[in-house]
Design a protein around this ligand. Sequence first.
Ligand code: F6P
Length: 345
Amino acid sequence: MRVGVLTGGGDCPGLNAVIRAVVRRGVQEFGLEFTGFRDGWRGPLEADTVPLGVEAVRGILPRGGTILGSSRTNPFAEGGSGRGGVDRIKDNLARLGVDALVAIGGEDTLGVAARLHAEGVRVVGVPKTIDNDLGATDYTFGFDTAVNIATEAIDRLHTTAESHHRALIVEVMGRHAGWIALHAGLAGGANVILIPENPFDIDKVCGYVEHRFQTRYAPIVVVAEGASPKDDSLATSSGKTDAFGHVQLGGIGSLLAAEVEKRTGKEARCTVLGHIQRGGTPTAFDRVLATRFGLHAAQAVQDGAFGQMVALRGTDIVRVPLAEATRELKTVPAERYAEAEVFFG
Ligand code: F6P
């Protein structure tokens, strides 16, 4: 059997570890052959391939990014109805002799995988996203690395904030879910954590900031890029959208810093961590999770378990239907946010 592998959506540390494990197990244990598709769904749409064997995956375990490249191409958005994109993918797979696909991605990439499976394409999914917001798995790889990077940044910001008696606002990634903000904020001892699930009250935030200054420490505010105030007064977006209709975010941190400075009279600065959270080598946790996902994805292909996604439940890797995997986003529950609120101010 020849298996195509692709990585779609925002990249994240651990993608190469998945590719390596799928290929190593697939070739060595099951005698499968592999073809890499470049740049997510663009690869099968345009028949853009790269050879993928055991040699090609040597040495990539600790490397960030993806050797296959990624994109946010949506085959269902191509040519209006989307029908054209689906037919092109099917024709290309048949022409290239690719019998099955392993699609590694987040809600969008796996949403496409689920729809293609319904159209008869044999596909196994592997969940990834630094946002950790896929409902069907307890964790996605990339999240732990992003949290560690953000935590280290917060640790560093504490010392400079205190030297200069400034409030420092740290903007982290998290479009719909505030998991990175919550975990990094807790691990880094932030004074306020603001997440998309819980629109914030700017007066309250300024109250926490002022209280922190009174205790002679400098406040650190962690804000997820998708967070917004209750009254929408600071809501930001570039207005640009991707092929899946997501608005490009970014900017809430600077607006918040300006507002805090205006209202408290204290100097406030903003640090945007941005893509630093997505780059570089994965943590050991993410390498192990990604490797286990890859090993189980190869097994799923061998078993003919198409239309399924591998997922982490507790400490076990299980299979869930792709359709279920993309049905619901996993956002931060109110009680988890309430736990963190103990440390605010
Ligand atoms: O989905 C992961 C993610 O990093 C989000 O946290 C963020 O909103 C988005 O991707 C940014 O995507 P891009 O790199 O395409 O701007």
